[in-house]
Ligand binder design. Structure first.
Ligand SMILES: Cc1cc2nc3c(=O)[nH]c(=O)nc-3n(C[C@H](O)[C@H](O)[C@H](O)COP(=O)(O)O)c2cc1C
Length: 225
């Protein structure tokens, strides 16, 4: 019998994976993971999350439609403010460092706009994952409800790791909601918080060598006594 991972082990093992093998996740396993993710806590137990999981032919059709939107140069129409909007100071610096590490690992020069665009476009190809989920909440809700969405998202990502799966959360997938509404459907009145591509990691993929550091604890925590 394989030993169950501790939460700490899952936290240390999880990282963003952007290269996947094509085989799908067994439906029973996926349902078991999602049942457990339902236990995530939320403000007044409102459970605002809704996850639309897209696989198979619908996933391929959606990839084509989203890539067409991207290539057409259409202006993004996200419902919620994107996470990389309005960044300043240390947060802007961290965003730059994140992109620089990513491009460096992938051998893409900063001046190589086509190379950067090609890498960016992989978002709308779901990084080759066999499944993509769209995490939505009512568009009337705000930042405090988004806490619940984040807790659900991390719970789900850790549960995927516990079961030998990996994922990439994608704010980029909030940019073009129309094809997602048309092909997959999302609940009426909901907006997309982010996407989540998931499946089995391709251990050989260069893109999975991307590793991100974290700030020292003292930059994020203060003790007062
Ligand atoms: C809400 C959220 C949105 C994200 N959006 C994207 C995205 O659109 N594209 C992408 O490649 N990575 C995306 N990421 C992954 C982050 O870049 C990644 O979590 C961060 O660099 C830390 O790396 P790690 O997850 O490997 O520890 C997102 C992560 C989160 C939590």
């Amino acid at each position: 019998m394989t030993k169950t991972m501790t939460v700490s082990e899952a936290m240390c093992k999880r990282r963003t994976i952007r290269g996947f093998r094509p085989e799908p996740v067994a439906e029973d396993l996926l349902k078991k993971i999602l049942e457990t993710a339902q236990l995530a806590p939320s403000n007044c137990n409102t459970q605002p999350w809704f996850l639309t999981v897209v696989s198979g032919q619908a996933r391929d059709k959606l990839e084509q439609a989203l890539m067409a939107e991207l290539i057409s140069g259409k202006t993004p129409t996200p419902v919620f403010t994107l996470g990389d909007a309005n960044l300043e100071g240390i947060y802007k610096e961290r965003q730059y460092a994140c992109a620089a590490d990513y491009y460096q690992t992938m051998g893409v020069e900063r001046a190589d706009k086509a190379g950067r665009n090609e890498l960016m476009a992989k978002n709308w190809q779901f990084f080759g994952a066999p499944h993509v989920g769209f995490l939505t909440m009512p568009s009337t809700m705000g930042p405090v409800n988004a806490i619940d969405m984040g807790i659900y998202l991390q719970s789900l990502m850790l549960l995927l790791v516990e079961h030998g799966l990996d994922s990439c959360a994608q704010g980029a997938l909030a940019n073009f909601p129309d094809p997602i509404k048309e092909i997959a459907g999302i609940p009426e009145g909901h907006g997309i918080i982010c996407g989540l591509s998931f499946g089995y990691a391709d251990e050989e993929a260069k893109i999975n060598e991307v590793k991100m550091d974290r700030a020292d604890l003292k930059q994020s925590v203060k003790f007062v006594s």
